[in-house]
Design a protein around this ligand. Structure first.
Ligand code: RNT
Ligand code: ZN
Length: 422
């Protein structure tokens, strides 16, 4: 697209927004302060690098599709992430899973992982000037096959996974130190059962005990912050999820930890947006896993829909950006994986821009004065303001493709790079 047209459209949009008292220039600066944590696992369908044929098994999550070109090595995954980042405006973080270490073809069990396995990621992050986040991996492993990990009735299994998370936390603190940055360590476990259990209490007591043990290890909060992620159900854990939302909300409040809200992990009529202001005053922070639930799946590629806009509005209105962290979490193996990253990240940023471009003070004043038709009318009118022109200008300013132009770039990368991975 011709930059002159982009600039002209932006100038017109700027005028329209200024009629509402919105300074688009300032808004774009505010948008620059929002960082997404981009999930590495979209790049290879949650396979990881423990062995050449590692793949996602169990855990109640599933990647469907077999689109060609998935990353098979750290180098390929880094290349793909760099490619995706070049199509997403501004600079973002990368979220790793423990199975993505550099194990050099050796069998390194989960309770044996060390900092050295992640050094290539740290060095890459330094070069690319990116922050890193982390996730212990408690699925795709024989010791998770029973459906229980930290809440297993077997003390051997529990201890194995406690050790794994202890190792992960140490690695996080080291990554944080080397990057002089905070690393969010997100703990999600698959524990649960397909059918109705008779001992919910027993498993939850064990999960609490395991977590208590894990958090005995004190680490510098400047470098690591832990977050706990609950879920409503998964495939094979339809009747019971040990680490439910209620369990982790209570645990996080009691222990001053962060809570993760995955937008695919609740009943479809529940609003994740509504939960932000309800939970934020009581927890250390909130990590959002931005996703799109679709029927049985909680991990479809994020698009710009009402759900995500409402979440973005609540993030912005919370005025607590230092306590809210935005991560992406979805995986689609049926389309080009780089495109999946780009679609989800660009849509998330668009939702935030849309939320920023609102005369919130005016809307609040209507609300406080009972002017409800005016509030509703203005919210509706905002929907057809030239927000797309501001977004295009933002992409132009960041030197990333404008509008659909990035599609060509991914097609070219697919032809020249991905198709050679056979
Ligand atoms: C699973 C959780 C979890 C995973 C990642 C891969 O339902 O959402 O966050 O998606 O750890
Ligand atoms: Zn998640």
């Amino acid at each position: 697209m011709i930059p002159k047209k982009i600039i002209e459209s932006y100038e017109l949009a700027k005028e329209r927004y200024s009629e509402l008292g919105i300074d688009t220039h300032q808004i774009l600066k505010d948008l620059d302060c929002i960082t997404l944590s981009i999930h590495c696992w979209q790049g290879d369908d949650v396979g990881g690098f423990e062995s050449p044929d590692s793949e996602l098994t169990g855990g109640g999550i599933m990647a469907t599709g077999n689109y060609p070109g998935k990353a098979r090595t750290i180098t390929e995954l880094q290349m793909d992430l760099t490619k995706a980042n070049s199509l997403i405006p501004s600079s973002h973080r990368v979220s790793l899973h423990a199975i993505y270490g550099d194990f050099k073809g050796k069998h390194v069990d989960r309770n044996e992982i060390k900092l050295e396995h992640f050094q290539p990621w740290i060095d890459w992050a330094k070069r690319e000037k990116l922050g890193l986040d982390f996730n212990p991996t408690l699925f795709s492993h024989p010791k998770a096959d029973s459906g229980f990990t930290l809440s297993s009735k077997s003390s051997e299994i529990r201890h194995f996974w406690i050790e794994h998370i202890q190792k992960c936390r140490k690695i996080c603190a080291e990554i944080g130190k080397q990057l002089n940055d905070i690393v969010i360590n997100n703990i999600w476990i698959p524990d649960g059962s397909k059918d109705i259990p008779v001992d919910r209490t027993g498993h939850r007591e064990l999960l609490k005990e395991s977590l208590d043990k894990i958090f005995e290890q004190e680490l510098d909060p400047k470098y690591i912050q832990d977050s706990l992620e609950g879920k409503l159900f998964g495939i094979g854990s339809e009747a019971f999820v040990v680490g439910s939302h209620d369990f982790y909300l209570s645990y996080a409040v009691k222990n001053n930890l962060m809570l993760t809200l995955d937008s695919g992990h609740f009943h479809p009529t529940e609003s994740i947006a509504d939960k932000i202001s309800a939970i934020l005053p009581f927890v250390k922070g909130i990590l959002l896993h931005i996703s799109r639930g679709l029927r049985w799946d909680s991990d479809h590629v994020v698009i710009l829909n009402d759900d995500i806009i409402q979440i973005a509005e609540e993030i912005i209105r919370s005025k607590a950006l230092d306590k809210i962290f935005i991560g992406l979490d979805y995986f689609d193996a049926s389309i080009n994986r780089i495109a999946a990253w780009v679609i989800g990240a660009r849509s998330t940023l668009k939702s935030i821009l849309y939320a920023l471009l609102q005369p919130w003070e005016v809307l609040k004043e209507y609300e406080v004065n009972g002017k409800y038709f005016q509030r509703l009318a203005l919210l509706e009118e905002l929907k057809t303001l030239p927000f797309g022109a501001v977004w295009d200008y933002y992409c132009y300013k960041h030197n990333v493709p404008i509008g659909k132009d990035w599609i060509k770039s991914v097609e070219e990368y697919e032809r020249e790079t991905l198709m050679n991975r056979t």
